[in-house]
Design a protein around this ligand. Sequence first.
Ligand code: OGA
Ligand code: MN
Length: 201
Amino acid sequence: MGSLPAQRWKWLKDAAHALAEQGWYCGQQVIDAEIIDQINSWIDQRQGDFHQAGIGRGGRQQTNIEIRGDKILWLEGEESNSGPPFVSELVDHIRVTLNRELFAAVSEFEGHFAVYPPGGFYHRHIDTFRDDDARSMSLILYLNPSWSSADGGALRLYTTTSSRVDLEPLGGTIVLFRSRDFEHEVLLAHAERRSFTGWFK
Ligand code: OGA
Ligand code: MN
């Protein structure tokens, strides 16, 4: 860690504070556009390796485009050098912050890139599984160089039983939330919608 100026990670303090106070955080465009461009170039080269996302896990894993319409590519292990720039470093910084500031005791991480085609969405759900609640914190980094409200595709986060927030997936925006506590959905997107989504366990 530490190859980038500390300035670049200032938002982590706000994130830790918001997570402690309300259990979720949204930092709009906290990651440089240049980094987002580099990740997108990497995705462009790997398009052929993306596959239709499933729901559930293990033997019950099924593909159901009625529930989610994205294609995904899992991030390979830390030992692999084939990943995109920056993403492992981002995950490391967040992990350290969660453990130091929130005593989260997270060690493992799993994450994937997701590309929703126009017409894509992901119905309301929670990120833990019925038989496995190891996922502790959800992370999303948006990768869309431009986005307007007419493109739809907001992340709708149900923050309490009676309120919700709609977060636009503009590139460089980071969202974190406690995986067990927040139902959420991806509203119908009218433009291709890219993100990196992962879970600290
Ligand atoms: C997910 C998810 C939200 C988003 O992949 O579980 O809820 O905004 N993604 O991409
Ligand atoms: Mn989710």
